[in-house]
Every structure is written in structure tokens, then in C-alpha cells.
Design a protein around this ligand. Structure first.
Ligand code: BGC
Length: 724
């Protein structure tokens, strides 16, 4: 049966509720006939939780999710047949969420709606074929709910003692309906649950430690006198003295406030989430018993597809931190971080991490939806906003950020092999390249413009977030790289790409002309060399690779790269004969390195190499997230080079697999497996009696090319072992 949400009207409260969430209700009596089915289509401006006869509908949370609401607002459909009774009450609690609450930092507020609004249709079909349609209309009522305040950044206040009464007729709202679309994304759900231990900090604070930096919320059971207050603050880390720390949340309050009603109740927030490992108990009406608390991790539903393990327990911890970085930041959109006043779909972060993400989990549905939002929000000139959904007024259209428009669809195509991803996004991909062309000197040199550069590179001048790699070099390099991917995508789709092939030659040629002198780059940074090599922008890579290796060695075998250089750093080395140096960087434990944070007890990936510096102090309060997945992009080197599992462009989706593992004598084993569209792919190696044993699994219907220690084998499906 169709469930046309458009039959409903937008409804709102008739007054300003001062931040409290309205609860809407509609009572109805069914005819005394057997019901065949009852389907509810529902969505909100804000976030909703719907119930029928007091029973919660569905188990997904933070619905309807986060999209570019002005173009695309998802509605969800539920089969509620089992919840029906002869006399019914359908209710929906609506919180501020992304659409109504503040979103975007620096005090900027972008609201998609002035107040929470609801639209729904309930279609009941009787066994005899007759139907009744309950729609949101003037027959609905609203009241102020126990949710007294809710905000994505600031948390929630819930008054259990509040009496929900004074029901009043709703107002019809004049919000658009053309943007309503059925659910496309992977729904946000509750996943892992953590029990805390109780700490007393030197400052005397009562703190719950959940052992894992996660994204979600706390659920607790409490009994207090009516009016007694429970208050919790959330933080990711303790400071160097072991005290609670949350200054890095900037203006996000991330607080829960619960007011007791005299009875024992279990509560969890409805319309907010936090990024936290520690919870400070600021007020509590009884003795704090940790067994009455748990932390619930929430993220978009994604099937786990990748597993990696090696003989280094520290690298394994790094890998686990990457997994948790992904869980914590895949909350309907790919976010930069889940805790401070951002939690935004920064395009650059998403593009650097997507390859790792697509090894770890099936992210196809998740990214397909986000890429549609990206396409919908592209400006008339083809430029891509820096965050999607776009919550800012002004934009920089930065290189390496906007390139998400091209890099992400191409990666999805490689991993899943579905051509329609490219079909859907091709126009958007092309528009981004055409935008760059339109702002480039002679249509081929992207000079000037405003860029984030090698964001957070350690070679940044004092006081700047931008590494010292010339932003024009980065822009031109990405111009060439994205054009090359557009050409490949166009060819897959049978498009004539001659114009872009010519463009690519000119852009690459101009790169060399502007940035290469006497066989060296004029910009002497690790990142400049990394992208020149990885994007194949120099004709003779060997001296460039040697130069890069020398720079790293001169720096004590340490990296200096930021968001732009880091994702490709190890690849640029291992592709050009410096795999052992790449391993050295991976295994480096001194600052700055991936394992430095592991040694500091990290359970997620830090935004900064020196989030906590060697003196144990915080890098800054301003830009210091402890759950930023960007540097977790190194997982694609773990799967793709250490274990050596790569898709082949000519038969994507792993129909043809390239196995190219590179070993290192500091490790005794590596193994990885991948659940692909065709079945399980596995690769690994271990040492035995002075030899290396390589093991590969190729699923049926697939072929593989195995390359180990300068030997090549072409194989069909099967299990293979080589001792070399
Ligand atoms: C975000 C980054 C983002 C950057 C843009 C930051 O505030 O957290 O991850 O990419 O801004 O440079």
C-alpha cells in the first residue's frame, strides 16, 4: 500500500515553547474490523521520536537524520500494524536537532526552521480492502513535553516531574514538501554499550570512565526526591593531573540535566549526542553507583567488512582507534568530529578517509546519500561548499575539500563496482572540475583562491593552522588528480573525454612549469613531494622519492604532514621503493607519529599529532579534537600495502583483486580480510623457519594477480599459499 506523506500537513506548536520540545498527539478509534496493515510515514523539522499507544515506533535514533534539508528531507516509513488497538493514540516528540537548533561554530546559527515541526500520515488498511488515512492536520494537539531543552551541541534537560497537560490545537505550518524524500541513508542506531569505572580526580571530581572515546550518550537509572537535579558533563580526556577536561569542546556545553520525580527511572537523552569517554557527575541525588550508568555508542548502520591484525600490538591498537574514529564520526553524515561545536560534514576530511572507511565497513549507502546532498548543494558555478550539509553563509571552496565531489564517487565505484554511482554523480564531478577551470588562469592554473592548505601540517608557521606547503601547489595538484579521475569515470560511462584529457595534459604540464625547477620542487615540504609522487605529477619519480626519503630521514624518521600529505605519505614511499621507510614511519613511537597517540592511551584518532604534547599539555583548547578520523586514513595502507589487498580498476568491486603485500622484518605477521560484493577476500603473511609464508583467498567468480617479492602469479578463485 502506498503511504503518501504529502497527504499530511506540517504542524507546529501555536506558541514559542522557549526551547522545550513539543509533543504532538492524535487520538483515533478504528472500526471494529480486522486490520491488514498500518504504515506510518513520518518526518520532522528537528528530530522526532514517535510512539503508538505508548510504545516507541522503530529503534532508530536521531531521525530523520541530517541532509541538506532545504533540498532533501528524508521521511521514514514504519509498519505499525502490531502496535494498533481499537482505541489509539499516536504521539510524536519533536526536538530541535540539526534543523532548528544551532549548528556551525563561532556563534553562527543556521536554522532550517524557526521551530520544530512534524508531518505524518498513517495509512490503515482493513482486511476487507477499505482504508483510513490519519494525517497531520488541525485534529492534532500539542503540549509541552518533559524535554525542557535539547540541542545537538549543548545537550538535553529533561524534567521527569513535569506534567504533560494543557493540550492545545496545533497550527498548520507553511513549510515546503517538495523536498521530502524517502529514507536513503543508513539509519542511525544504538550499537556498543560500555560500563564505567568510578574515579575520584585530584580536584575531587566524581568521574565515570567508560574506557573508550565514543559518540553517543549515557543511559542511567536514578531515584531522587521530586525536583532533585542530576547533572552530567562530558569530556574526551583527563588533563595531565588526571582532572576532568572539556575545554576543547569550545562552545558546545554537552551537558545532561535530569530532574527527578521521586520514583526510580531510567533515562537516556532523546535529541542530542556527545563525543566522550569521561563523564563528570556534577550533581547527583544519591550515592553515585557506576553500575547504574552505561554509555551507548550510536552511529549509522554499516556492516563491518574489513579486519586487520598484525604482530605489533601497538599497530593493532592504532587500527582499533581508526575503527572507533569511523564509528564515532559516521553519524548520518561523515563528520570531522563528534564533540565540539562543529560535527559537520567537512568535505576534505571525508575524502581523505573514504578509502580506509570503505575497507572497514560497507559505506556505500551512507556515502551515496551524502554525495547526493553534495550535488544538491553545489553552487550554480559548480563550486562545492566546504561542509555538506552546508550550514555556513560564506565558503572557501578549498582544493582537497571540494575534490570530495570526484574522489568519493570514484572510491565507491572501485570498492563496490556499481557503475550507477558514477552515473548518479558524474554531473556533479564534472561541475567541480569545470568550476576549477572557470577560476583558473588560462583555464589551467588554479592560482590564488582561498584554501585550507595542508591543514594542521606540523611545518605550519607559528600561529597558523596551515602547513607551509604552497596552497597553489596543492590546488594545482588536486586539479590534475581530480581531472584524471573524472576522465576514468567518464570512460567507464562511455563518455567522450577528449576535452578533459587535453585539459589534464595542460594542467599537469603547468604544474611542472610552475613548481618544478631543475628536477626538484620549488616548495620543499614533505607534503609537496608526497602529492607530486602520488598524483604522478613528475615524469621521473625516482629522484623525487629519494628527496622525500631524505627529508624524512633528516627529520629523524618523522613526518611533518597535515590533512593533505598524510593520507598519501606511506603510499608515496612504498610505491617508489621506500616501503621500509614507510614502515619506519608507521612504527615510529616518538612524537610526531601515529603510535605516539597510542602510547598516550588514545582510543580514537587525534586531530593533531600533538593533541597532548610531550609535556602532557594540551596543544590548544581551540582545535583539539581527540576523535578526528582524518589521520586514520593510514588504514588504507595497512590493508592495501601491509596486507596488500587492492581493487583493480579494470574489474572493480574486487572482481579482480591485486594482491601486493610488502613485508617488513620488524613484523612477524600481518593478516587482513575483506567481505566484498563477491565474497571474502583474505591476504596475510607470517614468518616460518626463515621463510615468509603468504596466504591468499580469492572468492568464486573473481580472479587475482598476486605480486610477491618480484614474482607474479595470475590466479582464479581458490586458496593459495606460497613459501618464499
Ligand atoms: C575541522 C576540520 C576541517 C577544517 C577545515 C576544522 O575546524 O574540524 O576537520 O577540515 O576545519 O580546515
Amino acid at each position: 500500500m502506498t503511504h503518501n506523506i504529502l497527504a499530511g500537513n506540517w504542524i507546529t506548536a501555536a506558541e514559542d515553547l522557549n526551547g522545550a520540545s513539543p509533543v504532538f498527539r492524535r487520538k483515533f478509534i478504528l472500526e471494529q474490523k480486522k486490520v491488514r496493515s498500518a504504515m506510518l510515514a513520518i518526518t520532522a523539522l528537528g528530530l522526532y521520536e514517535a510512539s503508538l499507544n505508548g510504545r516507541r515506533i522503530g529503534t532508530d535514533v536521531l531521525q530523520p537524520g541530517f541532509t541538506a534539508y532545504q533540498h532533501r528531507l528524508q521521511y521514514q516509513t514504519y509498519d505499525v500494524t502490531e502496535l494498533l488497538e481499537p482505541e489509539n493514540e499516536l504521539t510524536a516528540l519533536v526536538g530541535n536537532g540539526w534543523a532548528v537548533g544551532r549548528i556551525g561554530f563561532n556563534g553562527k546559527v543556521k536554522a532550517y526552521s524557526d521551530k520544530p515541526a512534524l508531518i505524518a500520515t498513517l495509512a490503515v488498511e482493513y482486511q476487507d480492502g477499505s482504508r483510513v488515512l490519519i494525517i497531520t492536520d488541525r485534529d492534532w494537539e500539542y503540549a509541552q513535553s518533559k524535554v525542557r531543552f535539547s540541542d545537538i551541541y549543548d545537550g538535553e534537560t529533561y524534567d521527569a516531574s513535569w506534567q504533560v497537560k494543557d493540550w492545545k490545537p496545533v497550527l498548520l505550518g507553511n513549510y515546503q514538501k517538495e523536498n521530502l524524500i524517502p529514507q536513503e541513508g543508513a539509519p542511525i542506531r544504538e550499537h556498543n554499550v560500555f560500563q564505567p569505572i568510578l574515579l575520584k580526580t585530584p580536584r575531587g571530581e566524581t568521574v565515570l570512565d567508560f574506557g573508550q572515546n565514543l559518540t553517543g550518550y549515557v543511559r542511567f537509572t536514578v531515584k531522587g526526591e521530586p525536583g532533585a537535579v542530576c547533572e552530567l558533563s562530558h569530556g574526551e580526556i583527563l588533563d595531565k593531573d588526571g582532572n576532568f577536561y572539556n575545554e576543547n569542546l569550545r562552545s558546545a556545553k554537552a551537558k545532561l540535566c535530569y530532574i527527578c520525580d521521586g520514583t526510580e527511572q531510567t533515562y537516556q537523552p532523546h535529541f542530542t549526542f556527545m563525543g566522550f569517554r569521561y563523564v563528570r557527575v556534577d550533581q547527583w541525588p544519591e550515592e553515585v553507583d557506576p553500575s547504574r550508568f552505561e554509555a551507548v555508542a550510536v552511529h549509522s548502520y554499516m556492516e563491518r567488512t574489513g579486519w586487520f591484525e598484525c604482530s605489533s600490538s601497538k599497530v593493532n591498537q592504532l587500527y582499533r582507534n581508526i575503527i572507533w574514529g569511523q564509528k564515532g564520526n559516521f553519524l548520518d553524515i561523515p563528520t570531522d568530529c563528534p564533540q565540539r561545536d562543529e560535527r559537520l560534514g567537512w568535505t576534505g576530511d571525508a575524502q581523505v578517509f573514504i578509502r580506509a572507511a570503505a575497507y572497514n565497513y560497507d559505506v556505500e549507502q551512507f556515502f551515496r546519500k551524502w554525495l547526493k546532498d553534495l550535488a544538491a548543494e553545489q553552487e550554480p558555478d559548480g563550486s562545492v561548499p566546504d561542509v555538506i550539509p552546508n550550514v555556513f553563509d560564506s565558503q572557501m571552496h578549498s582544493a582537497a575539500w571540494g575534490d570530495a565531489a570526484v574522489i568519493c564517487p570514484w572510491q565507491l565505484y572501485l570498492t563496490y563496482g556499481h557503475k550507477d554511482i558514477l552515473e548518479n554523480q558524474f554531473h556533479s564531478m564534472k561541475r567541480w572540475i569545470d568550476y576549477i577551470r572557470s577560476v583558473s588562469e588560462d583555464g589551467v592554473f588554479w592560482k590564488g583562491g582561498t584554501h585550507f592548505g595542508d591543514w594542521l601540517g606540523l611545518d605550519a608557521p607559528a600561529g597558523s593552522y596551515k602547513g607551509s606547503t604552497d596552497p597553489d601547489l596543492i590546488a594545482q595538484a588536486y586539479f590534475a588528480y581530480s581531472t584524471s579521475l573524472l576522465i576514468k569515470a567518464g570512460k567507464v560511462l562511455g563518455e567522450n573525454m577528449e576535452e578533459y584529457e587535453l585539459l589534464y595534459q595542460k594542467v599537469r604540464g603547468r604544474y611542472q612549469q610552475e613548481f618544478i625547477r631543475g628536477g626538484e620542487l620549488i616548495c620543499n615540504t614533505q607534503t609537496a613531494y608526497v602529492i607530486t609522487l602520488y598524483f604522478h605529477l613528475c615524469d621521473q619519480p625516482i629522484p623525487f622519492a629519494r628527496h622525500l626519503a631524505q627529508m624524512i630521514e633528516d627529520n629523524g624518521n618523522r613526518l611533518q604532514t597535515g590533512f593533505v600529505g598524510t593520507p598519501y605519505l606511506l603510499h608515496a614511499l612504498s610505491e617508489n621503493g621506500y616501503a621500509q621507510l614507510a614502515y619506519t614511519l608507521l612504527l615510529q613511537e616518538d612524537f610526531p607519529s601515529w603510535l605516539y597517540s597510542v602510547n598516550q592511551g588514545a582510543t580514537t584518532i587525534w586531530e593533531h599529532w600533538d593533541g597532548i604534547n610531550e609535556k602532557g599539555e594540551m596543544w590548544s583548547t581551540d582545535m583539539n579534537s581527540f576523535n578526528h578520523y582524518a589521520y586514520g586514513s593510514v588504514a588504507d595502507w595497512m590493508y592495501g600495502v601491509m596486507a596488500g589487498i587492492c581493487p583493480d580498476e579494470s574489474a572493480p568491486g574486487y572482481r579482480r583483486i591485486l594482491f601486493r603485500p610488502i613485508t617488513d622484518k620488524r613484523l612477524s605477521s600481518v593478516q587482513a580480510s575483506l567481505k566484498t560484493v563477491y565474497g571474502k577476500v583474505a591476504s596475510g603473511w607470517y614468518r616460518a623457519n626463515g621463510k615468509t609464508v603468504y596466504i591468499f583467498d580469492v572468492p568464486s567468480g573473481c580472479t587475482a594477480e598476486i605480486q610477491i617479492e618480484n614474482q607474479n602469479f595470475s590466479v582464479e578463485a581458490g586458496h593459495y599459499e606460497y613459501k618464499i
